[in-house]
Design a protein around this ligand. Sequence first.
Ligand SMILES: [Zn+2]
Length: 392
Amino acid sequence: MSTTAFIWGDQLASYRFTAQHPLNPRRLQLTVELLGRMGLIGDEQAPIVAPRYAEADELEAVHDVAYLEAVRAASADPEPRAGYATFGLGSEDVPLVPGMDEAARLVCGATLTAAEWVMTGRATRAFSIAGGLHHARRAEAAGFCIYNDLAIAIRWLQRHYGSRVMYIDIDAHHGDGVQWLCYDDPGVLTVSFHESGAFLFPGTGFIDELGDGDGYGYSVNVPLDAHTEDGSFLESFNGLVPELAAHFRPDVILLQAGCDAHVLDPLTHLRCTTGLYEHVTRLACELADRYCGGRLIATGGGGYAVYTVVPRAWALVWGALRGLRLDDELPLDWCRSLRLESGRDVPATLRDPTEAFPPAPRRAEIAANNRRTVTAVRQQVLPLLSGWGLAF
Ligand SMILES: [Zn+2]
């Protein structure tokens, strides 16, 4: 039996801004509680591994020192100061809060812990549910993200293992921070599926963002139409990702599994269900088995339907990482306590039943648009594959 590491410690819930802020760490605690209740974490095959803190040199491999100093200062004394705005600090998305540096460093350390477990072979896969802060830039906080744990893990993998990293991002928002940080690096293939930047933050992730210099061709974007459903999302994913992996031949796959593409998510306009996360994770694991000796590191990411979506979506990610087909029924007492806490009705099954949501009114048109997008991406990217072939 292979081992899958679940990276968690209660301190990870300290990554929080204000009571009203949409990024609510309760979603992480609920996921941990659900997995515990289902008996899916905390044994030899699925150890709960405590995160460490990221070290200064690990952060500096991605972020500017002046930025790190500003976060540290704001963390110690969260009073507004001139200059913070240029670093994206003190905005509505990233308010100043005491301890923000420590909390963000722990999130980065959690994803590094996941990478360590996978690369040393202690686990085949690992899940850093608190990670996935894909919007953070070299010298700028953005979109609820202070430090970019994903890019930090990528640099760590390169430095310690010389790994070729395939980064797959299925968050509803474009994985812009990781893309720009790796934009000229042919050792990192970034692939982002997201609601088109025409409709959604951060307004990037179009198909012509292909990379720079030596990294040209190693940045792949699939901007999906608003209201895209599971079928078209999966068709787009399958129409591209296996072929990209076959040509890039990664040593390890990093999967950002933000679950805000769900139809119930309050911040986005995609119409996917929890089943999507099981399918995509399973496909990514198959590719990891084929090319990477199984090595796959998954993180969380967005997900703002705290009670109705996140615990179920990430339980399915976890099941797929472990190669398990989980029963649909959720523990009744868990549903009851969730109903009491949230004051609302909550789904009783892991996977949303097919009839749970009405079909998107323009389903065929949306699927056709996405098909055209994938065809255009293929036409742009695949000719570059021969160049990749020459390099190895
Ligand atoms: Zn998102």
